[in-house]
Structure formats: structure tokens, C-alpha cells
Design a protein around this ligand. Structure first.
Ligand code: ZN
Ligand code: ZN
Length: 279
């Protein structure tokens, strides 16, 4: 189990590796471009080479790319779906160039049309993205907290999407805060066992390829997406001891997306906290 964090790519993707090293991360998550703009400029070949050389030097990896928060391939607005498909395709392209494990993206909201209605276009969109970018880089659906009309707060919804897309490159990123907010009590050993059982029967544990390791500011089942520093939230250090001790997570990389003790994002104390729990 490797412990990593989301880090900034300011100044170029290759700069992220030094930042990850500085906080003690063993693997990292990055954005392919600004998460708040639609444009995904192609990465220069020279930057890709620098990135690979730096990753190799630092022994950093696997790297994952987080998709834009703007994307919503389950939306009833065709223009938004097209923009989302284009962005995710470009992000998968960048991830492939960088030799990343995959792109993690939010299923986002169906915006009132209902999951069943959104499923065909969601499936079609994922197929188009995968078809446009050959290779082995994964497209990972992230579990959601379940606020509003968000897709993916129940493992069964992700399972339906996965079956419908039917591609070996589709996998899942489990966000500890999101599943907690969605009502899965992973802090408790019985609750975790039930959660893992449900994940395995609905999705299959072999598709669990990454974890977003975040404590929670909000209570179990709140449906609210609010990350906290490890040990400061309601999942707590004991909760993470429970999670990290489970065999289902033994070979899965963990990526922190916490606010940070100085509110500057994932930091050394959070990485250290997870490492201590891992033992
Ligand atoms: Zn995410
Ligand atoms: Zn979140």
C-alpha cells in the first residue's frame, strides 16, 4: 500500500514530483490542466520526458490524473456532455503520455433526469473516450457522496455503468470521505466488512484500483462532500487503522485530498499520519 497525495503542477507537470517528495508522498495525483477551465492544452513532449525522468529518479508512482470538476457526462445538456467528453478524452491522452495509472473522474450529477435516463449517454460517452485513446490507461469512476442528483453514491450504480461500458480499462476510485457521507460506515470493523462485501458483489474487488484517503468533516450518511485532515475528522485515526488494515486495500495506492493543517492542501503531517497507521 503506497501513500500519496494530490500535488500542484504549477510550472509544469514535472515540478509536481519534487513537491510530492517534499511531503513524503510515495505516489501522486495531479490535474492535467486547470480544473476550472475547459481547455486541456496538449503537453509538450519535452515536459513529458522531464516528467518521466523525474518520476524515475524519485521512484514516484503510480501517478493518477484527476479529471475536471466541470465534467458531467450524465447531464441532460448535450453541449455540457460534449465538452465533458472532449476534456476527459484529452485528460486520458495526457495520462497515457505520462505513463499514469489512469484518470479518476466524478460521475457528477444527472441533473434531475434520473440515473436510468442518464445511463445510455453515460455509457456511450465513456466508450467514446476509451475508443479515442488507445492504450492501457484506466478510466476510474470515483464514488460520490450523494448530494443532490449525483451519480455513484451507491456501488450498484457504478456497477451498472461498468457492466454497460464493458471495457477492461474501467475501474473505480473509492473516496473514503465520499463513501462515509454516502452511508457506508467504513470506520467500524463490521461496517467496513459489509462495505467491502457489497463492493465485491456489486463491482468486484479487482476493480478497486485507487483510494482517495480523506477524513470527514461531516457525519455518516450526511451526503455532504467535505474532506478533513487524517485524524481530525469523524472517520478518525482508528477508522483509518480499520481501513488500512483490511486486505482489500493491501495493494491499492492511497491519495490524500485533505485541506492540510495549514490549509494549503495535502502536507507532510497528513502523509506522516497515514504512514504511521500503515505501520
Ligand atoms: Zn475526486
Ligand atoms: Zn470530495
Amino acid at each position: 500500500m503506497l501513500i500519496g497525495a494530490h500535488v500542484s503542477t504549477a510550472g509544469g507537470a514535472s515540478k509536481a514530483i519534487g513537491r510530492a517528495e517534499e511531503i513524503g508522498a510515495e505516489c501522486m495525483q495531479i490535474f492535467a490542466s486547470s480544473p476550472r477551465a475547459w481547455k486541456v492544452p496538449p503537453m509538450a513532449e519535452s515536459e513529458v520526458e522531464k516528467f518521466k525522468a523525474e518520476s524515475e529518479r524519485a521512484g514516484m508512482g503510480p501517478t493518477v490524473v484527476h479529471g475536471k470538476y466541470l465534467c458531467a457526462i450524465g447531464s441532460p445538456d448535450p453541449e455540457l456532455v460534449e465538452k465533458s467528453v472532449a476534456a476527459l478524452t484529452a485528460e486520458l491522452q495526457t495520462a497515457t503520455q505520462l505513463g499514469a495509472l489512469g484518470v479518476i473522474f466524478h460521475p457528477a450529477s444527472h441533473r434531475g433526469q434520473g440515473f436510468e435516463a442518464a445511463l445510455p449517454q453515460f455509457t456511450d460517452s465513456m466508450k467514446r473516450i476509451l475508443d479515442d485513446v488507445p492504450g492501457e490507461t484506466l478510466l476510474m469512476l470515483e464514488t460520490s457522496a450523494g448530494s443532490g442528483d449525483h451519480i455513484g453514491s451507491k456501488f450498484n450504480e457504478l456497477a451498472q455503468i461498468i457492466r454497460s461500458v464493458d471495457d477492461p480499462r474501467v475501474a473505480v476510485c473509492l473516496d473514503t470521505q465520499h463513501v462515509w457521507a454516502a452511508g457506508y460506515n467504513i470506520a467500524d470493523s463490521g461496517g467496513l466488512e459489509e462495505t467491502i462485501k457489497e463492493f465485491d458483489s456489486e463491482i468486484g474487488l479487482d476493480l478497486l484500483r485507487s483510494v482517495h484517503a480523506n477524513d470527514s468533516k461531516r457525519e455518516l450518511g450526511s451526503s455532504v462532500d467535505r474532506h478533513d485532515n487524517i485524524g481530525e475528522g469523524l472517520i478518525g485515526s482508528d477508522g483509518f487503522k480499520n481501513i488500512m488494515g483490511h486486505s482489500a486495500f493491501a495493494d491499492v495506492p492511497f491519495y490524500l485530498e485533505v485541506p492540510g493543517f495549514e490549509k494549503k492542501g495535502p502536507d507532510a503531517p497528513n502523509v506522516e499520519a497515514l504512514k504511521k497507521i500503515r505501520g
